[in-house]
Design a protein around this ligand. Sequence first.
Ligand code: C2O
Ligand code: CU
Length: 470
Amino acid sequence: MDRRNFLTHTALVAVLPWVTPAIGAVPTGRESMLGLTAREDTAQIVDDGGPRTRIWGYNGQVPGPMIRVKQNDWVRARLINRLPVATTIHWHGIRIENAMDGVSGLTQDAVAPGQSFDYAFQVPDAGTFWYHAHTRSWEQVARGLYGVLIVDEAEPVAVDHDYVLVIDDWRLGQDAQIHEASLGSLHDWSHAGRLGQWLTVNGKPREAFPVTGGQRVRLRVVNTANARVFTLSFGKLKPHMIAVDGQPVNPRSLGKFLTIAPAQRVDLIIDMPADPGESASIDVITRREVIQVAQFVYDLSSDANAAKVVSPISRLPSNPLSTALDLANPERTGLLMEGGAMGGMQSALLKGERRSIQELIKEGAVWAFNETVGMTDTPLVSARRGQTVIIEMRNQNRWPHAMHLHGHHFKVIERKGNAVDDDIWRDTELVQPGESVSIAFIADNPGKWLLHCHMLEHQAGGMTTWLEIA
Ligand code: C2O
Ligand code: CU
């Protein structure tokens, strides 16, 4: 990930000369309809002074407008399509009514250019969520069609700041424009997916978070990249994790790094040292370099910089998620994950016919679940409402996959043959090459729900299936 093409002076910037404009929160109460116009525009995602990049964004912005509501509120949003192609919006991680899930071809028809679609849904869970295009998402998300959706707890959580860090990587040409020639590249589809070489946080190269010593910060980290798993380092700061994919967890120390796969969210609590260290920054670590993406900028004029008594971090209030798994009588299914470069897949079913790998490659159909590329007529699982479902995923290829289930949160109950018992409920789980991971959830949301890899090129190349809940 080489930023130097665009940015030659990074290393010299010791003190960030700008102040963070907070992403504008748009109130969407019962009465108001939020307009989300999907359209082409330009955005300053490379440094000021560099060219603006042509993007597709909601209301012309990237990230799109931040939607912020209270738990149990309604979100009402009108998608107005001013793109040259059809689109839809998926509300990632929201346990939503099926008809509002935004999956074209499964829960609604794609919204044609010039048309609009009204989404209206109640948000049952407080937490950090996001929304993104769910029609040719490998292209539309890469071009910028995503935003953050925050659902606030009924009672405000005691923090001094509530900050968001949306991380994305872009593949840009030398002209700082989205590299279009490689959209849909078979190499990306069969390898790790589309990886970019230009990093943005909250739609720009770097973020600065104002703080004073002793303050408590809630930081909501969201990975909106098509395919990149990010590793973040917080220097000498000691973050605690308080929520994963929108669901509260028992607060726990993060350890040295945060690994966050595409579509995942992690909420952290960071107590700012009273003595402002130089290392109050957030870095993205890659195999080749360390890139500072955000900095906590101390207000040294404030007398609040004195040490504060640090109060314990309490657990966020639980969401109304059914967690009483019935592991004795589950609906159980296996999910063999095959394909990709060096994966050794010889053939698979495509639209009901067995095809050789040579034929599959011609169609970009390079991934399979249970020997089948892409969607099937019958669901992977049919469950009764309220039933516990176990899916035993076996990653038999050379690539990691960020497996996402719509409409539900699940728990990992087994990894590599060992039972797992923790309190984490996710909507997206990273499954490493060679790993077996079993997930369990209560099928309490009726409808047709996707299960797919959130490396969006893998999804498009065949790693997508669905479940039906009566
Ligand atoms: Cu965030 Cu089916 O996706
Ligand atoms: Cu994948």
